[in-house]
Design a protein around this ligand. Structure first.
Ligand code: ATR
Length: 277
């Protein structure tokens, strides 16, 4: 193995379903980079020793998925502001000086997906409505606030989770009752599903788009199926929709760029490669 050979990967448990190896593998091949990107199973409770081993093996870094996204923060020597604010990290960098930095690129992925696929979208155009207050929601709420949404309305089945998130992010986040989610579409220019509803094998997300304003942008972080019943309904109402696959693709860009020294492109070929995997 030459000295130029660069290694990275994704850690989690379970890890077999991760799309990241296909995604990064596509870019490695496309840019002719001498390197590898592997799925590495690390159980809960073995994160610290697992990371140490990878650093020792010469890994440049890793993506991090369930169940380590929160716990990795405490092990890092440096944490970006956005990762600290979101309360989770998805990207780890092993620096040459032996320190470990972590970042969260999910919010970046969310915003870039909208910018690429709905260039006319402007978070500042009006209030946003976010359905769901789980882990993914934190990154989405952060992204919307960063992009300038005047208000983020947040509805979650378990109201207290939405309240905790609103407390964390401050006055621009307004908690809405779950059963009022359809009414809260009134005036909402960005409407996002961050719940797991609509995912293959899950029930549908039952909301009505009647109150949503003309020009609203509707997006889902679920990408299996690519067109969720939620997006389908929004399309029938004539709204611009963006599917969730792009968020996955774009969140991978910063890590690839640093580990492999090449800014990768998110394009049709990459989408096709990930979809056919
Ligand atoms: P993730 O990290 O992917 O966001 P999560 O933290 O488990 O996963 O959050 C899942 C989200 O989907 C939550 O907002 C959850 O609502 P609760 O906080 O009330 O659990 C939401 N969700 C899952 N199943 C749901 C259902 N049947 N009805 C409404 N919301 C649901």
């Amino acid at each position: 193995m030459s000295e130029d050979f660069r290694r990275a990967g994704v850690i989690g448990w379970p890890i077999t379903h991760s799309k990241s190896p296909v995604l990064h593998g596509h870019w490695l091949k496309r840019y002719g980079i001498e390197g590898s990107y592997d799925a590495i199973a690390i159980e809960q409770g073995r994160l610290e020793s697992g990371l140490r081993k990878l650093a020792k093996k010469g890994f440049r870094g890793v993506n991090v998925t369930i169940p380590h996204k929160e716990s990795v923060l405490a092990l890092a020597d440096s944490v970006t502001d956005r990762a600290a604010m979101i309360g989770a990290a998805n990207t780890v960098y092993f620096h040459a000086d032996g320190t470990m930095g972590v970042d969260n690129t999910d919010a970046y992925g969310f915003t870039q997906n909208l910018r690429q696929n709905a260039p006319e979208w402007d978070a500042k155009a009006g209030p946003a409505l976010v359905l769901g207050a789980g882990g993914a929601s934190r990154a989405v709420v952060y992204a919307l606030l960063e992009a300038g949404a005047p208000v983020v309305r947040l509805a979650n089945r378990t109201r207290v989770r939405a309240e905790m998130l609103a407390d964390h992010f401050g006055a621009r986040v307004e908690v809405i009752d779950w059963n009022r989610a359809s009414d809260a579409m009134e005036g909402a220019m960005t409407i996002v599903n961050t719940t797991s509803l609509g995912m293959k094998g899950q029930p549908e997300l039952n909301v009505k788009f009647d109150a949503a304003p003309k020009g609203a942008l509707v997006t889902d972080i679920v990408y299996n199926p690519l067109i969720t019943p939620f997006l389908e309904k929004a399309m029938l109402h004539g709204f611009t929709t963006v599917d969730g696959l792009g968020m996955l693709l774009h969140q991978a860009v910063p890590g690839f760029e640093i580990w492999f020294g090449q800014t990768p492109e998110v394009d049709h070929d990459l989408r096709a490669a990930v979809l056919s995997a």
